[in-house]
Design a protein around this ligand. Structure first.
Ligand SMILES: O=C(O)CCC(=O)C(=O)O
Ligand SMILES: [Fe+2]
Length: 205
């Protein structure tokens, strides 16, 4: 794990800036993200999963406040491939082109098991040095313009590495259910840092 808000590393700072620019979100939100670097060896894989959780109004987001019961709220995922993999190691999205989601069929077909079922995946992204994939884990909530329902078609995972080694880096952009609280937190965070405070219009968010 790396913590963008506490890092003084120049390269990492540059990556954060570029991520903020590409995804069109404020840098403070990127700095309040989870960041992780992972490596997989031969046969290394990651079974299919969602990076975020279904919205449950009674259960708050774990983001920035941990309560006994909380849910993971990752609005967006930015996945970088840090090297070329000789063979395998694709990121697979097993239900990406389904028109509906049927859990029973998913269970019966054992789509979670990417060690065995990778070839059947309709969408696979091959790793390559410098490449990145970005996806929204959630829709935008029409009412509050913030974290909406989980997009369950984002179900994904890492296929087994067949030859070589695979290095990736993930940015998981987190929000809470409370846009106003998030904005305040971001402004406070910005004030505390040495950088100039940005103007954050609704359009920018
Ligand atoms: O290794 C991959 O391609 C996917 C990794 C992933 O989904 C994750 O770390 O959450
Ligand atoms: Fe993931």
């Amino acid at each position: 794990w790396l913590y963008p808000d506490r890092s003084k590393d120049k390269v990492f700072a540059e990556v954060q800036k570029r991520v903020a620019k590409v995804v069109g979100l404020p840098l403070e939100l990127i700095k309040l993200s989870d960041f992780q670097v992972v490596s997989y060896g031969i046969k290394g894989h990651y079974n299919a999963h969602w990076d975020s959780a279904r919205v449950e109004p009674k259960v708050p987001c774990c983001t920035r406040e941990r309560t006994k019961q909380c849910r993971i709220c990752r609005y967006m995922t930015i996945l970088f491939y840090l090297n070329d993999v000789e063979e395998g190691g694709e990121t697979a999205f097993p239900v990406a082109n389904n028109s509906t989601l049927d859990y029973q069929t998913m269970m019966e077909k054992d789509l979670v098991d990417l060690y065995r079922k990778c070839e059947e995946s309709p969408l696979k992204v091959s790793p390559a040095k410098g490449k990145a994939v970005i996806w929204y884990n959630h829709f935008v909530d029409d009412a509050n313009g913030w974290l909406g329902p989980l997009d369950e078609f984002t179900f994904h995972g890492g296929c087994p590495v067949k030859n070589g080694v695979k290095w990736i880096a993930n940015f998981w952009v987190k929000t809470t259910d409370h846009k106003i609280k998030d904005l305040k937190k971001m402004q406070k965070f910005y004030k505390a840092s040495t950088e100039k405070q940005p103007k954050m219009s609704k359009e920018e968010l």
